[in-house]
Design a protein around this ligand. Structure first.
Ligand code: ADE
Length: 241
């Protein structure tokens, strides 16, 4: 696996990674969407990174599943990677052992808010994308795994909470399952790497806790992404020797 594309929602999450991997703005990535791309070489790997971009009407980052779907589509079309990585931040439950700044790799990715109790639509709504390659990598790097649960709300309704709590360890976020669906259409494996900004059972308002911890969680995310890249670069070297 030589060509790796990272898809990320927020520039605040991506900036440490762009700096650490010395990626440069990619001017030949042209899109009708607000997505922006960066690229570079790292230890023999061809790395590209696509962020969802800014919503010009509201002057905020384009978080959520629709921009993530389009960014993943554009990223796969343009860069034709061997592997997609979705790196980002998430909420988690203290009662399941999570702490602010903990980093996880997704063992499985699902939607938690697409509830369609109507025959086969139910399973379609949940998504449920297993990530076997990611599990192998997590074991090698001794990074804990979680079920990455995607929906389009930062807050959590009682119905969402009941569904989320059924999973063993939870990363609640807003993009991964949408990206997993696009990756499945391309038959490209996906690794989700998530860093915890807020504890949904911690007593603090989620938006305040998220903003307070975004920088710290993004630094930890950067360290884990570099660890993953180093491991993939080593595997690439071994495949040539
Ligand atoms: N991203 C970071 N924290 C989140 C949360 N609690 N819910 C959804 N997305 C998030």
């Amino acid at each position: 696996m030589k060509k790796i594309t990272l898809v990320m929602a927020m520039s605040q999450e991506a900036t440490p990674i762009i700096g650490q991997l010395a990626l440069r703005a990619c001017n030949d990535f042209v899109s009708r969407t607000p997505a922006r791309a960066f690229s570079g070489q790292y230890k023999g790997l061809e790395i590209s990174l696509v962020i969802n971009g800014t919503d010009l009407t509201h002057n905020v980052e384009c978080v959520g599943t629709q921009p993530a779907t389009l960014a993943a589509y554009e990223a796969l079309n343009h860069f034709q990677p061997d592997l997609l990585i979705n790196a980002g931040t998430c909420g988690a439950f203290a009662e399941k052992g999570s702490k602010i700044g903990d980093v996880y790799i997704g063992e499985r990715i699902r939607f938690f808010d697409r509830r369609i109790p109507m025959g086969d639509y139910e399973a379609y709504g949940h998504g449920n994308y297993p990530c076997p390659l990611a599990v192998d990598l997590a074991r090698q790097l001794d990074i804990p795994t979680a079920v990455v649960c995607t929906g389009n709300a930062l807050d959590m309704s009682p119905t969402d909470e009941a569904i989320l709590k059924q999973e063993p360890v939870v990363n609640k976020e807003m993009e991964a399952a949408a990206i997993a669906w696009v990756a499945s259409l391309w038959n490209v494996p996906l690794i989700a790497i998530k860093s915890v900004t807020d504890l949904m059972d911690g007593g603090q308002t989620t938006s305040e806790e998220f903003l307070q911890n975004l920088c710290f969680a993004s630094q930890n995310l950067n360290e884990a992404v570099v660890q993953v890249m180093d491991c993939l670069a080593e595997k690439l070297q071994l495949s040539f020797s």
